[in-house]
Every structure is written in C-alpha cells, then in structure tokens.
Design a binder for this molecule. Sequence first.
Ligand code: FAD
Length: 452
Amino acid sequence: YCSNEPNSLVSDACVSYATLEDINTEVRPAIQFLTQHVDFFTYYRLDLYGRECPFWSDDAGFCANRACAVELADEKDIPESWRSSELGKLEGPKASQPSAEVKREEPSPFKGGLGEDTAESCVFEPLEGDKRDYCVPDDESNGSGSVYVSLLDNPERFTGYAGTSANNVWKAVYQENCFNTQAQSQSQSSSSNSQPFGGAFGKGAPADPNAAADLKNVMDRRKHEVVQKNLISPPPEEQCLEKRVFYRVLSGMHASISMHLCHDFFNQTTGQWGPNLQCYKDRLHNFPDRIQNMYFNYAILLRAVAKLRKNINHYTFCAGDKRTNEFTRKKLSALTDSIASHPSVFDESVMFKDENSIVLKEDFRTRFRNVSRLMDCVGCDKCRLWGKIQTSGYGTAMKILFEYDENEENGKNPVLRRTELVALINTLGRLSNSLYAFTRFGAMIERERVIE
Ligand code: FAD
C-alpha cells in the first residue's frame, strides 16, 4: 500500500484496504461473469464519433495508432430490441418525453410500435436526461455517431495516446474540481447550461456551448491558462467532505486508467501484451494518495451497486427473451446480494447535509456533467470509449447514492437507463481489475526486492 497500511481506513470511506480486498476476492468472479459472459453487459451503445469537443478545437490531438481504434460490433449480433432499426421505429423521446417520475400505468408514448413484449425501458433514452443525472447521457437513439461496441473486443489497455492532448484533458478534468463561491452561485442560476471550468467566464458566457460561435476561442484561451498554471493538485484536506469526494473520484478514475494501461501494456520488443512494472512505478507506486483514491472509488461503486438490490427485482432487461432476461436478473441479483451481505463500506447519508447543500449538490452535479462532456475531447477512440463508460459509471453511482431511496423498489427513483446500468457494472469491473493488478504489481516489486 506504499505508505498506506492494509488495516488503516480508506479516508472518507468506512472500510479498510484489507476489507476491500477481501470483498474483491469474493465478488470478482461474479463481476467477471457479468462483464464477460452476459450480453446485456458486454455490448454498449454510445455516440462515439458524432460529438465534437464542446470546449476547444484540437485537431492535432487525434491518435492514429492502431491500438487507439475501436472495432465496431455488427448490429445483427445485438438483441433485436436494442437495434437502431427498432429504435428508429419509435416516435420515442422526440415525440413526447415522459418525465422520470412517469407512472407505469400512464399511456405509452411509443404507441405499441415495438410490439407487446417489449417494454419502453428497453429503448427509451431521454434526450435531455433527467435533472438528477450526473452525466450528459450518450443518447442511444439519435446521434449520428452512435455505434454499438463489444467491450470484449475493445479492452481498455495501453494505446500510446499521450502528450499535450491527453494532458490537456486531464488538466481540464481536474480544473472542474476548483469549486468556489462564484461557481456555486453561477451553477445555481444556470445549472443545465453551465460551462466547464466552473462558470469562471462570468455572466457574459454564452448559455449554449454548441451554438455560441466564439465559445471555442474563449475555451482555447482558457485551455491555455489551464496548461500554464499547474492545476493538477489535490484540494487541501480542510475542504469539506463533498469537495474531497469529488476530487477523489476523478483522481481514483485516473489511477484506475493508469493501472490498466500499465497492466496491459504493449512490449514493442517482444510484441506481447503484459504488465509493465516501470510504468506502474512511474505513475502509481510512489503516489499512495492515487492508490487510496482508487480504493475509495471501489468503495463507492460497491455501495451504489448494493443499494440497487431491491430495484433489480423490477428492472426490465430486454435481453431478447424471457429466459435470458431472468438469467441476467439472477446473475446481477447474486452480485448485489453478495455485496450487500457485507457491512456498508460508504455512508452517503453524511453528504449534502448542511444548509448550503442544495447549491453545493447542484454544483457538484454540474461539474461532473462537465467532466463527462470532456470525454468528447479525448483524441483516441478507445480511450474515449472507456472514458465515456467510466464517467457514466461514476455518474450513475452518484445518481444512485444521492438520489435513490434503496427501500423504494420502483416508482419515485429516477429511471436507470440501460447504458447507465451497463456502465455502472463495467466501471465496478474496471476497479475490481485495478485492485487485482495492484496486488500483482506489489508481488512483482517484492520479488525484485528479494532478488536484490
Ligand atoms: P498522465 O496520466 O497524463 O497525467 C498527467 C498528470 O496528472 C501527471 O503528471 C500528474 O501530475 C497528474 N496525475 C496522474 N495521475 C493522477 C492521479 N491518479 N490523481 C491525481 N493526479 C494525477 N492511455 C492509454 O494508453 N490507454 C487508455 O485507455 C487511456 N485512456 C485515457 C482516458 C482518458 C479520459 C484520458 C484523458 C487519457 C487516457 N489515456 C489512455 C492517456 C493516459 O491517461 C495518459 O494521459 C498518457 O499515458 C500520458 O501519461 P502521462 O505520464 O503524461 O501522465
């Protein structure tokens, strides 16, 4: 644990490193089964190519390495109810958008276009998202760049994407962490259109980032400022819990991505993929805070998945036929039950409790949405794919943690879209893998020490 003792508690969570590892040993096989063998969780539909970076233009940041490319899935391998041809039949979200609180007995906006057996939640991806969303949804039905990918065919691993483009995205991601009073009041007044960089442009900033002609110039200038000052620094410990949590989530996600690219690295000499110890040493071994944040993220993802336990009983999976749906539910329920059998590892109820909470929560949500939009600025297709999945996974976890009542089985809780559930479980899978890779690297370092 570098300088973190196995039995010490992970800061801001209520669990030790050792306990999280024990839980991981127990639940990892179930997570791997879901993410490697259950179609519902191995196919992901997203707008990978259709959205320009809304914050700056960066043509030079495009990664042309073969490892950066994404292999697309053939739609005929996808269950019929998820195909775009089926989505196209819908009047769907464009025709009439039911709110998240829509009652089940209300008439269908799809007018039975999908046939009796297909539930709306199979295909319904609200265009604008719910105001309780922590991510900008990658609309399943609409985008010109929407594609299906098999996550098994496109593993998150070393791609060679690096340099100014990658660095600028990370810096802008951390810049979202600079909460301040001005940003809080700004986000209160214009939450859904709020700009990245915490509304730091002041009142004159255009409300719609895509429509504003001069926004790119402003953003380019702002990006330059981000690069000039070194903005990648953790918030001071005296910051409130919510702001620390926000930073930990970003840093833990970054650490997990670094762990994967070091663990599944391409050795140019041998032509083989495998762990690269030096890569791990350079990026993670000497940074116990980054490791701690990765463990922290595992704790919050576990808590979010456990909190879904009762909801799963009523979820419509649309995996093709009844038997497959029930199989998917059974396997997911086994995972949620197994996680929930442990004492809770994170207490979200202590967050957003004081008098400023409403503003702070809105700001928190807006900033995380901006982080999700920043993924369209990633110049490597495969990194963008996994960046989008993971920001969506964390956004979904936050939605469950902060907006869900775990005892409410259906009804008042926000809608959980298919893409959100798939992202959540795959992000949990990524973190589970990161903990495993961390143990492997630890063993390699120990071996090296013994040999010396
Ligand atoms: P970077 O990882 O770019 O980090 C930049 C700076 O951030 C560091 O110098 C340090 O000051 C700080 N920092 C680093 N880690 C942390 C942390 N955990 N917490 C806080 N601060 C930190 N490359 C791949 O090969 N495969 C991928 O799948 C992949 N996915 C990516 C996804 C996204 C969203 C982005 C933005 C990049 C991705 N990359 C990927 C690129 C990769 O993350 C690095 O940017 C790249 O390898 C260059 O690394 P670097 O050494 O310059 O440091």
